[in-house]
Write a protein that binds this ligand. Structure first.
Ligand code: MG
Length: 304
């Protein structure tokens, strides 16, 4: 590689020439050996749908080749991951050079009750065991339980705390991912007026911050007519992981202020985020779409 290309590949060559620190070969060498120079950008693998599940090992390699460093799985069912043993998926991710850092998992029941609490606890115990083998740092429930009243929400918070405790014992952080219905009010006990608390706030207040974190999906929060920034300010430290999603490819709808979101999220303790892209209908493949999303964040100055 010629020197000019080499410097360019390090991001040290500007329009005007070489950035001054690169003149010193020692500092150039130290930059070269520092893997932290690469942005840590995650992908929720659900974004790829069938384009991934048709050939998981090849798909994971393509994800890493785009430049994504981390992935969040969405294929855990019947104690298998994408139909395979979790240790096989771990090996495929390792081979691709991708860190499988998280996973989305829903328990088998949507309506929680005193009668199925034990069944849900058993489910999480097994899921935690499997995900410890996968080597994830986060385990996240993406589906909203069915709730009508404030008592239902209190039971959800209790069950979330228990799941968080089981995960914590294995060194995994347990979290909850929202869509838009979480921002609606439930009913007070004994009526159906929908004039009780807001589900999302009740669960934030009803769970132990040392056991349950919140992976805010910023797009679905906006679709729920709420402002992610207000939640960051109101519940500091509760949103260490985000889903970065837009109506289509990131940055193209004009409805998401990602610069403000990232700026405030970092101040609020953001440690990881995952791009999410739903089905595209304009002739682009999902892989092409997730590449455009990556390029958007990789170029954005507000993403560290
Ligand atoms: Mg999401």
């Amino acid at each position: 590689m010629k020197k000019r290309e080499f410097l360019k590949s390090l991001g040290l060559l500007t329009a005007g020439g070489v950035v001054s620190s690169a003149v010193n070969p020692a500092s150039a060498a130290s930059l070269m050996s520092s893997p932290a120079a690469k942005k840590q950008i995650g992908l929720q693998l659900y974004s790829l749908g069938k384009e991934l599940t048709d050939d998981v090992p090849e798909g994971l390699k393509k994800v890493a080749k785009i430049g994504y460093t981390n992935a969040e799985a969405a294929g855990y069912r019947d104690r298998k991951m994408y139909g395979l043993d979790v240790t096989e998926i771990k090996k495929m991710a390792d081979d691709a050079g991708l860190k499988m850092s998280g996973s989305h998992v829903n328990p088998p029941v949507r309506k929680y009750s005193k009668d199925n609490k034990a069944e849900i606890a058993d489910f999480w115990k097994a899921a935690v065991e499997d995900h410890a083998k996968l080597g994830v740092t986060t385990l996240v429930q993406p589906g909203m339980p069915q709730v009508e009243t404030e008592s239902d929400v209190a039971l959800v918070a209790e069950i979330f705390n228990n799941a968080g405790e089981a995960a914590k014992a294995a060194g995994i952080k347990w979290g909850y991912h929202n869509h838009s219905h979480e921002f609606e009010r439930v009913s007070k006990d004994g009526d159906n007026s929908k004039k009780g608390g807001v589900f999302y706030d009740m669960v934030l207040n009803g769970t132990d911050p040392s056991l349950v974190f919140f992976e805010m999906d910023v797009y679905w929060t906006v679709m729920g007519q709420c402002d992610p920034l207000e939640y960051f300010a109101k519940y500091p430290g509760r949103f260490p992981v985000l889903h970065i999603k837009d109506r289509k490819v990131l940055g193209q709808s004009g409805m998401m202020n990602f610069e403000n979101i990232f700026t405030k999220a970092y101040e609020n303790g953001l440690d990881e985020f995952f791009v999410e892209l739903e089905g595209i209908r304009n002739g682009m493949t999902q892989f092409e779409g997730v590449k455009e999303c990556f390029d958007y964040l990789n170029k954005a100055k507000f993403v560290k």
